[in-house]
Design a protein around this ligand. Sequence first.
Ligand code: ADP
Length: 185
Amino acid sequence: MTRIIFLGPPGAGKGTQAKTLADHWQVPHISTGDILREAIKQQTTLGLKAKNYVDGGHLVPDLLVQELVEERLQRADTSSGWILDGFPRTVSQATFLDSLLQKNNLGTAMVINLDVPDDVVVGRLLERGRRDDTEDVIRRRLEVYRSETTPLIDYYGDRKQLIVIDGNKSAPEVTSNLKDLIVSC
Ligand code: ADP
């Protein structure tokens, strides 16, 4: 059963690696950022509520994201696992996910922290050029990552669920290190 959570700052390569591994293991790649961007594009109720937060580089309120993840994890395609990219991002989201997994007898997930220095991620994001990849918004997303999401490194470290991977390498090298590590766990 493959259940993997990707942590790491914006631009660490979470999306790229999560997608590659999800294809490899034939499990869904669940990116809360992608789901929110699609909802914004389609102007759904969720999208309308989330738009200003996403465009400004702020976190969407926990309850909204938790609801969307709970719904997504109930779909049939998750029966042999999933790769979560961008969730959880706060301690509250992590405890929510823990209780969801417990409630459904799904054990614990393995958590990958893709470690990349700030100057490298800013350069990568400016090259990518998504609409929330302007310099100001990138700076805010990094601040939010530091204050809200880095506590999860200790949270999962204390629970012995954490694996740290050097993300400052080429994408294929990172993929191959991830495959080696995850198989050996
Ligand atoms: P990145 O890792 O590059 O910041 P994401 O695609 O993961 O990009 O997220 C983009 C935006 O979507 C975030 O800045 C935030 O506004 C929103 N978002 C995504 N996931 C979450 C989450 N788990 N909790 C709150 N907001 C989220």
